[in-house]
Design a protein around this ligand. Sequence first.
Ligand SMILES: [Zn+2]
Length: 328
Amino acid sequence: MVDISSLLHAGYHNPVLRPLQAERTLTKGSLMYPIFITDEKDSLIPIPSMPNQYRIGVNRLEAIIAPLVAKGLRAVMLFGVPNDSVKDEFGTAADDPEGPVIQAIKLLKAKFSELLVSCDVCLCEYTSHGHCGHLYPDHTIDNEASVRRLAEVAVNYAKAGADNVAPSDMMDGRMLAIKKGLKDAGLSHRVSLMAYSAKYASALYGPFRDAACSGAKFGDRSAYQLPPASRGLGRRAITRDVSEGADIIMVKPATFYLDIIRDAKELAPDHPIAAYQVSGEYAMLHHAAAAGVFDLKTAVLENIACLQRAGCNLILTYFTPELLDWIE
Ligand SMILES: [Zn+2]
């Protein structure tokens, strides 16, 4: 005797029924495309460890972004890639008005007014030591000085026209400082704050550091990025950033941290949750597909669907150009 509640196939036997079983539907508006902006204005430099990704000079940006906007691109995240000669101990070049990020914000907002322009806020691309904040002489993090500088940078990106700022540095208390800075500058009504709340110290960032030339020159970031095995710190960081005024909560990396994405959805049920499918995840999927392990499109769509199932509303992914073609 079969219990009729054990009969599941009927609910998904037909292709029309299957999407109805999804927690969330993938739309083009669920994607944010991370892009690297070099200060070599006319350059378009392939990134060897990230197939199909480039360091883009400001003068090449419009030609790269226009076809994507035509396909439905809604949001980008900018990372600056300055050359070594402008780097110093304090990350002074991060908000240089002539630097790559502020130049890119202005160009994108002028050419694509509907595009949401988000800026990563960190100092590691701009510091000579490659750490995400200011350091004491013993090389430990000077949190207070770092937070002051990060808030300044975020406000300057906002003043240049950014719609969203996203601090990835992992200093304590930076959300509050940035939110206050935006408020004091009269910008809090038109600039959102996306918190890299649960950002783990991951091996999966390797290709990004290659792309952004932002590796630490000594030590590593494990004193401020979260230990991969910790769930409690991720939960505390999410709760803290909500209380400090974050508008969107992010988990990074994505695929190894699905439980943390689910925690974020539970701890911040009234906030959009973002996940950053990082450079190492992107490279793994590409290399596995190239080695014949699976079909790239099938695997990427499954990966993204699982991020959504875990609780994501927004996905930062280098597959955005392909996904704009793949999403019906
Ligand atoms: Zn950083």
